[in-house]
Design a protein around this ligand. Structure first.
Ligand SMILES: *[C@@H]1O[C@H](CO)[C@@H](O)[C@H](O)[C@H]1NC(C)=O
Length: 363
């Protein structure tokens, strides 16, 4: 889903933040050296991966890059692009084989000389789990901090809806209805490759060509997936509190729903308990950071991005540790409470809701 920037760009607010950041680095340096101001070191390069319906250099993406440069004028930015033209790049977000797409990303990032010393990465929506696939399968050069926004790490229990009557998106939904787990659809429709039917997990495990492999859910586990993921400095996962595009929204934190529609958090799933991906070990080392944003899917302001991403994780002014752990716990508690409240409201209106929102997927 493409970015919806909530407020108009407030350059002055960002410039103020940039000034504060400059002072922070300044005073740190003065602690170590007496006399002579040393300019802050150039931040690590950053790679962005856009979401469904968006493209590498869309207006929203470029505005965001510009706002990052306000805080970090020398930062190198690369935006993952799967096709030469913006319109073909956007189509690649709907159509293609995700395994092949990840191979292209591996090659593209490996060949970029600016990135050879490693980089931080930000994945929007599905771009988040695709960057995680990059880490698990390639990670050459390595990602330091991986930040994901409303990503579908545990899959989706419904195919995302379309906004702005995007013709590619409508076509995608039409094709999926022909049979989401058929090999025809699996090899061609991106969203089908992370669709996980909570009512038919065996069919998902048997037929999905991407997500069960990525999440080491099959009998044969790939040990290098966990080895690579554990090399991250931090996996920062943003969940949108009012997300109704991605179902369930907790998938952004690896949560998923059981067949009764109840949310099962990551730590109660086998993927964590048996540590198929190294997530448990990462959690114990405080490397899993649970963050939230207030709005609907992919709605945030540039100020929020600056404060919650650029300063802590791109300029690396915050390291994973006890403070990020405490914040994560607080955020998780809040989302749980919110869920309980929503559940109560939902129970109340159940009948009318279910018939309106359920996409009929013919299997
Ligand atoms: C595990 O994943 C790596 C990276 O994608 C791949 O090269 C390797 O062949 C896989 N190993 C197995 C046993 O599938």
């Amino acid at each position: 889903m493409h970015i919806t920037l909530k407020a108009a760009l407030s350059i002055s607010a960002l410039a103020l933040l940039a000034q504060v950041h400059g002072q922070l680095v300044w005073s740190n340096n003065e602690n170590h050296k007496s006399g002579g101001h040393v300019p802050p070191p150039a931040p690590r390069p950053v790679v962005f991966y856009h979401g469904m319906g968006d493209s590498a250099h869309s207006k929203g993406m470029e505005e965001l890059f510009e706002s990052v440069r306000t805080l970090a004028p020398t930062i190198y930015i690369h935006s993952v692009q799967l096709a030469e033209s913006e319109s073909d790049d956007k189509k690649a977000g709907f159509f293609g084989n995700v395994n092949d797409q990840v191979d292209i990303v591996c090659k593209q990032l490996k060949e970029n000389p600016h990135l050879e010393g490693g980089f931080n990465a930000v994945g929007f929506s599905q771009g988040g789990q695709f960057l995680r696939a990059y880490v698990q399968r390639c990670n050459d050069p390595p990602i330091h901090n991986l930040i994901t926004f409303g990503s579908q790490h545990a899959g989706v229990s419904d195919i995302p809806g379309c906004v702005n009557s995007d013709p590619s998106c409508s076509l995608m939904r039409t094709i999926v209805k022909a049979g989401v787990y058929s090999s025809y659809v699996q090899n061609r429709v991106v969203q089908a490759q992370y669709y996980k039917d909570p009512h038919n997990i065996p069919r998902y495990l048997e037929s999905s060509i991407f997500l069960p492999y990525l999440n080491n859910e099959l009998g044969a586990k790939n040990a290098s997936y966990a080895e690579n993921l554990k090399k991250l400095n931090a996996l920062v996962m943003f969940l949108f509190e009012e997300d109704i595009t991605v179902k369930p929204k907790e998938t952004s934190w690896f949560g998923f729903e059981d067949e009764n529609g109840n949310i099962v958090d990551l730590e109660d799933q086998d993927i964590y308990i048996e540590d198929w991906l190294g997530l448990k070990e990462m959690d114990e080392k405080n490397k899993l950071i649970y963050e939230t944003l207030k709005g609907e899917h992919m709605q945030f302001s540039l100020e929020e991005f600056a404060e919650k991403v650029t300063i802590p994780f791109l300029l690396e002014l915050e390291e994973p540790g006890l403070s990020t752990k405490a914040r994560s716990q607080l955020n998780r508690l809040r989302i749980k409470q919110l869920r309980q409240q929503q559940q109560q409201q939902h129970d109340y209106q159940r009948h009318s809701r279910e018939s309106r929102f359920k996409l009929q997927i013919l299997d």
